[in-house]
Ligand binder design. Structure first.
Ligand code: SIN
Ligand code: MN
Length: 257
């Protein structure tokens, strides 16, 4: 999938792009059929919510599940990232975030690059997230909140939050968020299952809890320029990958049965 020059400009300016309904219900059905099986497994790749059995994040499904292996090589996700970065890309991180009905907990305000810099020694902010909604995302079930244009400010000071949720994250303080929101406001991409969003690794984002009866499952590929691969290998391989081989795309119909 090739982005128009206007879309590339919009990404550079705003820090994100949103493509409502990009994947068909048949394609999403192939991915969704795997989620209950993946989440039911007892393995370290499943990180559960604090005090609950609900899966917060499943890591690295592309390394052990065929449908997600194909998603990890899908041209609708990979080609825009290569076009924007002007380089081959590899998967730095792959996660299926549950944000389960009633149990899905918050993600504090952060930049992904804060964590990738501090924990993994990723040299530059030449990486992005490409995410596909596996369920409808609405204003109630914990949509992502973006601060538009916040990526332009570079990496913000962050503190290592090891206590608030079940997953450690480098988070940004309230004063900084107040200042950034005063300038950029907050937006939330919302839309049907099959929608895709792309966002810069320095775009400041968060999400609230899910108190609704609707799951908000989203799969995220964190794609990094191959030249910009991480230099520190402290985190488990399934959280911060060490295979820097350029992704080879499959055909556009690779998710169709
Ligand atoms: C993330 O920021 O990495 C996840 C946020 C979410 O899934 O709500
Ligand atoms: Mn994030």
């Amino acid at each position: 999938m090739k982005l128009t020059a206007a879309q590339v400009d919009e990404y550079q300016r705003e820090g994100y792009l949103f493509f409502p309904g990009l994947f068909s219900s048949g394609e999403i059905g192939v991915l969704n059929a795997e989620v209950p099986k993946l989440y039911a497994e007892q393995r370290p790749e499943n990180v559960r919510e604090k005090g609950s059995a609900a899966v917060r994040t499943n890591f690295a499904a592309h390394t052990y599940n065929d449908a997600y292996r194909r998603l990890g090589q899908h041209p609708r996700l990979i080609e825009p990232a290569k076009q924007i970065l002007g380089d081959d890309v590899y998967i730095h991180q792959f996660k299926i975030n549950g944000k389960a009905a009633f149990d899905g907990d918050v993600w504090q305000w952060h930049q992904d690059y804060g964590t990738w810099f501090n924990d993994d020694d990723m040299p530059d902010a030449r990486a992005m997230n490409v995410a596909v909604f596996l369920e409808d995302v609405n204003e109630f079930n914990g949509p992502l909140m973006f601060i538009p244009r916040s990526h332009k400010k570079g990496r913000q000071e962050a503190g290592h939050d090891l206590s608030t949720t079940s997953y450690p994250l480098w988070t940004i303080d309230n004063e900084t968020i107040t200042r950034l929101v005063a300038e950029g406001g907050i937006i939330s991409p919302k839309g049907p299952a099959g929608s895709m969003m792309i966002f810069h690794c320095n775009l400041v984002h968060a999400s609230g809890s899910n108190m609704t009866p609707w799951n908000r499952t989203i799969v995220y590929l964190s794609l990094n320029s191959c030249e910009n691969h991480i230099r520190r290998f402290h985190r488990p391989e399934y959280i911060a990958h060490r295979d820097f081989t350029p992704i080879q795309c499959l055909a556009d119909d690779c998710l169709k049965n």
